[in-house]
Design a protein around this ligand. Structure first.
Ligand code: PMT
Length: 399
């Protein structure tokens, strides 16, 4: 999605300027053309040579650099941009942009561009909290600048606090999200569930399963990158929060049901990749259960069948984790739960299903069409799922 996009990466004078090298590198590796503009303060922190080497493009450091191909028409970069990203953005550049200054190449480019602008602030907590900076950020937001971060953490002052450059994945996620505003899921609200629910036995023990959440998170990122607004309802996992996605954390099947019912009121599609526990202990002990030589019997009851009971005018997609009779069992679930289609998941192979990065699935729809896909990365499975979802969504009326 980033290939053939022109991204202007503005770097200003912050200790976090070194992190811009990773941003430039990742964008370039993803196929984008990255043009870097550095303020003179940024050069005090990191050399333009680094960015020239990482992007393969000249780095603009001076407004009137006669050797630069961009200096003749100083707005040429602005015109070529699909997006402008300033990371890190100091309080100074934020103030200058809010006031409309045009006294350096970065300010001129931002003033002249019609492309979306992302600002990732990085500064001391007090500078960030200062009402002047907050007013400036509000002004920029009101003019549709996208502000990412800052994050809380270790700062150059040696203290911990708010003001650290946002996580690079958050910045990259925002760029992807903005660039694909016109994707085939633009304007759609997609709800996705992920991970294995945890059903408590006592304060320290629970019943769960081997779901890592990888399939659900891959779906969330794919939907986001195709332009959707994504709500990801997730049972506990060790995967970092995907940028540009609303994450709702739950533990139990009952909490997941509640969250699904809350967020699907305006949804266009619900995709349930979560491995929801089918049974939970009938009661949860208040105290840790003591070891007894006689052993322990736990009485279990059914959890709510979320997909089966959730109602609404949206596309419903289930996953079926099967260890035998893949198509037969999945077809039965498709019917029982009233789904538009089901993604039958072969969990018998070590490279497919729970915990791994790849999956082998068969998509079965309510018309009985069966599409068996080869082993592929979970992200590719997610794309195939959304190809189907996009086909089912109502088409915009042509004028
Ligand atoms: O998380 P990973 O490690 O990446 O693994 C991915 C996965 C194997 C968990 C995933 O691809 C998958 O197959 N998810 C569905 C697992 C499952 O619970 O299957 P099921 O056949 O038991 O349930 C069928 C469908 O009903 C599922 O969409 C499930 O979310 C839903 N369900 C199940 C039980 C329940 N009480 N309520 C439900 O809504």
């Amino acid at each position: 999605m980033l290939s053939n996009k022109t991204i202007i990466l503005g770097i200003t004078g912050s200790i976090a300027a070194y992190k811009a090298a990773e941003i430039a590198s990742q964008l370039t590796q993803a196929g984008a053309k990255v043009n870097v503009i550095m303020t003179k303060e940024a050069i005090e922190f990191i050399s333009p040579v680094t960015f020239r080497a990482l992007t393969g493009n000249p780095v603009v450091t001076e407004m009137f650099d006669l050797a630069s191909e961009f200096s003749i028409e100083h707005v040429s970069l602005a015109k070529s941009a699909d997006i402008v990203v300033i990371a890190p953005a100091t309080a100074n550049i934020i103030a200058k942009l809010a006031a409309g200054f045009a006294d350096d190449m970065l300010c001129c480019t931002v003033l002249a561009t019609r492309a979306p602008v992302v600002i990732a602030p990085a500064m001391e907590t007090n500078m960030y909290d200062n009402p002047i900076t907050q007013d400036n950020l509000s002004k920029l937001e009101a003019r549709n600048f996208v502000i990412v971060g800052p994050a809380t953490g270790w700062l150059a002052s040696g203290k911990e606090g708010l003001g650290r450059l946002a996580d690079i994945n958050d910045i990259l996620g925002s760029i992807r999200h903005i660039l694909d505003r016109d994707g085939d899921l633009a304007g759609k609200h997609i709800v996705i569930t992920a991970g294995g629910t945890q059903e408590p036995i006592d304060p320290v023990r629970y019943i769960s399963n081997r779901s890592s959440g990888k399939m659900g998170y891959a779906l969330a990122e794919a939907a986001r990158d195709r332009g959707a607004r994504v709500s990801l309802i997730t049972a506990p996992t060790s995967i970092p929060k995907p940028a540009g996605v609303d994450v709702i954390k739950v533990n139990t099947a009952q909490e997941m049901r509640q969250a699904v019912e809350n967020v699907t009121s305006q949804a266009d599609a619900l995709i349930m990749a979560a491995a929801v526990a089918d049974y939970r202990p009938k009661s949860t002990a208040n105290e840790k259960i003591k070891r007894r030589d006689a052993g322990l019997t736990i009485e279990m009851e059914c959890t709510p069948d979320i997909l089966g009971i959730v109602k609404g005018n949206f596309i419903k997609v289930g996953f079926a984790a099967e260890s035998s009779k893949l198509v037969e069992n999945a077809k039965e679930k498709l019917k029982q739960k009233g789904l538009d289609f089901i993604v039958a998941n072969d969990i018998t192979a070590s490279d497919s299903g729970f915990g791994v990065d790849t999956n082998r699935v068969t998509i079965i729809d309510r018309e009985g069409r069966i599409d068996s896909l080869p082993l592929m990365p979970k992200r590719d499975v997610a794309e195939r799922v959304f190809d189907r979802v996009a086909e089912l969504l109502p088409k915009p009326k042509s004028r």
